[in-house]
Design a protein around this ligand. Sequence first.
Ligand code: F6P
Length: 491
Amino acid sequence: RNLLHKQLTGERIIVVSNREPYIHSKKGDGIEVHRPASGLVTAVEPVMRACSGTWIAHGSGSADRMVTDRHDRVAVPPDTPEYTLRRIWLTKEEENGYYYGFANEGLWPLCHIAHVRPIFRSSDWEQYREVNQRFADAVVREAASDDPVVMVQDYHFALLPGMIRRALPKATVITFWHIPWPNPESFGICPWREELLEGMLGSTILGFHTPFHRKNFLETVDRYLETRIEHESSTISRGGSLTMVESYPISIQWPPPWQGRQPPVAQCREELRRELGAGPEHLVGIGVDRLDYTKGILERFRAVEKAIEQHPELSGRFTFVQIAAPSRSALDDYQAFDAQVHALAQRVNQRFSSEGWQPILLKAEHHEPEVVNRYYRGADVCIVTSLHDGMNLVAKEFVAARDDEQGVLVLSQFTGAAHEMHEALIVNPYHIEQTAEAILRALTMPPFEQRERMRSMRALVRDFNVYRWAGRMLLDAARVRQREKLSARIR
Ligand code: F6P
C-alpha cells in the first residue's frame, strides 16, 4: 500500500466504473450510506484510498434529485475522506439501454458461459455508446493535466478507452476487464464486435484475471481486426498506438480492513449458531453472492440436498446459510432466477426439515461487508459454485477472514480463483454428487488438514493482494509509455 502511495504521489488517478463505492440514499430526514455487493468495489476501493484522486461512477442512490444533486461530488469514505467520488446521473432511458440492456443482457451473458442467450438491441447499443461518451467527457473535465492516469473498470466501458485516447492522446489508460473473456467464436456473435475491440485497444494496459482470458482476447483481436500482435511482449499495435494485454489476477486488501477490531472467531461461531437456534457442535456452511444466474446457487442447493440425502447423519446437524444480495432486479432473467432460488430452498427445506431445524437459510437481502465477515468467521465451510466467474473474491474474503486458520473452502473450477487457490476443494458445480461429497469432506476434515490448507491460501492472498495487482499494472503502463516515447524519438 505504501509503495503504491509513493509511486503515485503527485499523480491524480482517475478511476471510472459503473458501480459506485458508496451509495447515499435518503432515509427519513437523513442520509444513509451503504457499500454495494460488488467484487469490483471490494478490490478497487482500497487502491483508491491508497492513491487518492477521483472516482467517477454512475450515481445509484436515492432517486430524489434534492438529495442527489447535493451529492454530485462527495469526499469519501464518509468517516475518513481520502478521495473524491464524482457521480454521473443517468436518465431512466440511459440506464435501461446502457446498464440493464447492452451491459447486462448483452455483454454479461456473452462473456460468461452460463448458457443464457445474450440479447443485442441497437437501441441499447446507442445508449451504451452515448453513456460511454458522457463518461469520457467527465474524464476530460476531471483531468488536471493532458496526461492523466485513468483506470477504466469493466465491461460497462469497452468504448471508453478509445474515446479517452482521442481526447487525451497522452493519457495512460489502464483498463481491467473484471469478467471472463470468451473464445473468438462466442464473442463473434456480437453485432458490434469490431467497435468494442477497437474501443478497448485505446488502452495502454488491458488486464484480465487469467492467462486463459488474455489468450482468448488476443485470438479474438487476431480474428476480427487488422493489427500487429507481438506474442512475446504480449502487445498489440494498431494505428501507431500500443496496448499491452496481460493477466493480473485481482485480489483483496491485506491486511483485511477489520483486522484488530473484529469479534473473536468463537464469538462469531456462537452468534451464528444462536441465530440458527442451534448448539455449539452444529455445522454451518456459508455462501455469499449477488442473486445472479452465473453464481451456481441452484446447483449449490442441490448439492446440499444431495449431501443430506446421502449422509442422513447431517440431518439436524448441518445448516447452509446463503446470503444473496438482490441484483439487477429490473431484468426478467434475474426475477426468474430469484423465484427459482426461493422455490428450490423451500422445496429442500420442506423435504428435510424437522423440529426447529431446516437445512437452508436463505437471506436474500443486502448485508454490509463487516457483517458478512462475521458469517465467514462463524462458518465451517464456505461454498463457491459459480458456473463461470472472472475471479470470485468471496473465496479470498473467506480465507482472509480466517485468522484462526480453520474452515474449508469448496471452490468451483470455473472461477479465476481456482487457478490460484489449489488448497481449496475444487469441484465442478454441474456435478452435484461431486460437490455433495466435497461438502461432506469439508465438514469432516481434521483440524490439522484445515490449518495446512488455510495457511497456504492465506499466504497467497497476503502476498498477492490488491495493492500488488494495481502496482503491477501501473509499472507495466510506465514501461509501455517509455517504449512509445523511445520509438517516437527514433521515428
Ligand atoms: O465484477 C463484475 C461485476 O459486474 C462488477 O462490474 C459489478 O460491480 C458487480 O459485478 C456487481 O454487479 P452490479 O454492479 O451490476 O450490481
